[in-house]
Design a binder for this molecule. Structure first.
Ligand code: PMP
Length: 371
């Protein structure tokens, strides 16, 4: 069938190649998955069942059920984030699409720190705007200079993602302040994707949105309480933007899933402390193991990813070798213009992580031995 030209703007071949290769493995050590390895908490399941039985199965208001929107507003108020309004979206991904649709005209440029979450670049291109990638190697830091060099007359939006997928980088106070000052001085809007906010391992979370005068915040419960299949997220920000994206939602998603909204309301009260402690231990296990084995790697401050340099310098070739050794990781060029690194997800059991490290140690030694 003849498809729209726009269709060619979405390229998922990189990640598909990995999944195709993975399908050939029987019982791989799978460190490629971008979601928590625990199931959604029982109390949330109970809440969902109650909501279904209570008949909460119909359309909700376009912007979401009022108690959830109130709860989201309170959440940001308590954290010193100045957002006028919010709306509930179908997953954080749904929120991202709505923001791009309502904010960007064709040709508008969007600053995206590279490495980046794949969807940013794909969606920005898909709607006819232009992703401008800001190279942050080798330390994955954003600086005023790096942002400045990528900015033009057409720059409309800067995307921040801390903790970040795929690097696990968390931005410092100074970085957040510098990015905010820079964007505000140039009239560039800033969208902060804070979906990994519960996974911060070293001290308090430095919230990018708390440093902005007029932030657009997107977040959700996919990562914190493992509700990836429930498609619940939100956008908080300036009133006119929230009204605009609610209009777009009215003629597209209609509303976020009703039962998921009822459940999300309860998810705000889940204590993430024990999960965070467990994931911190995993972060240390994998980071120390990689450093020990001689990998060039930055210790992540958050999320559940680590992004080492591939021995030999070719991320794709290295991942092919890893897969031949039954280890599943993702080549860096899925998330980047560079093909020098690879992503490991440490949302996996300690046993799996140790097994993965064993393979990585061997591969590192092989790469170091001249043949
Ligand atoms: N932002 C980032 C940085 C992510 O890594 C993901 C999921 N991989 C999302 C947004 C989308 O999450 P959701 O399931 O809520 O759509």
């Amino acid at each position: 069938m003849k498809l729209a030209a726009r269709r060619d703007l979405i390229d998922s071949s990189g990640i598909r190649k990995v999944f195709d290769l993975a399908a050939t493995l029987k019982d791989p050590i799978n460190l490629s998955i971008g979601l928590p390895d625990f199931d959604m908490p029982d109390e949330l399941k109970d809440t969902a069942v109650e909501a279904i039985r209570a008949g909460k199965n119909r359309y909700t208001l376009t912007g979401g059920i009022p108690p959830l929107r109130k709860r989201i507003a309170r959440y940001y108020e308590e954290r010193g984030v100045t957002v006028e309004d919010n709306m509930v979206a179908s997953g954080t991904s749904g929120g991202l699409l709505l923001v791009f649709l309502a904010l960007l005209d064709p040709g508008d440029e969007v600053l995206i720190p590279d490495p980046y979450f794949v969807m940013y670049k794909a969606l920005v291109r898909f709607i006819g705007a232009k992703p401008v990638l800001v190279d942050t190697y080798p330390d994955f830091r954003i600086t005023r200079e790096r942002l400045e060099a990528a900015t033009t007359e057409r720059t409309r939006l800067l995307i921040l993602n801390s903790p970040a997928n795929p690097t696990g980088a968390t931005y410092s106070e100074e970085e957040c302040r510098a990015a905010a000052e820079f964007a505000e001085s140039r009239g560039i809007a800033v969208m902060s994707d804070e979906i990994y906010e519960e996974y911060v391992y070293d001290g308090e979370y430095v919230r990018p949105s708390a440093h902005l005068k007029e932030p657009i915040v997107v977040s959700g419960f996919s990562k914190s309480v493992a509700m990836t299949g429930w498609r619940i997220g939100w956008v908080a920000g300036p009133g006119d933007l929230i009204r605009a994206i609610t209009d777009v939602q009215q003629y597209s998603f209609v509303c976020a899933p009703s039962v998921a909204q009822e459940t999300a309301l309860r998810a705000f009260d889940i204590d993430m402390g024990p999960t965070r402690d467990q994931f911190r231990a995993r972060r240390d296990l994998i980071a120390d193991g990689l450093l020990d084995a001689g990998y060039n790697v930055v210790r992540p401050g958050g999320a559940f990813y680590i992004f080492p340099e591939a021995p030999g310098g070719d991320g794709e070739a290295f991942v092919r070798k890893a897969i031949e050794n039954n280890l599943l990781v993702v080549p860096g060029n899925v998330f980047s213009e560079r093909n020098t690194h690879f992503r490991i997800s440490f949302a996996a059991s300690e046993e799996k992580l140790r097994a993965g490290l064993e393979v990585l140690r061997r591969l590192r030694e092989m790469a170091a031995t001249p043949t």
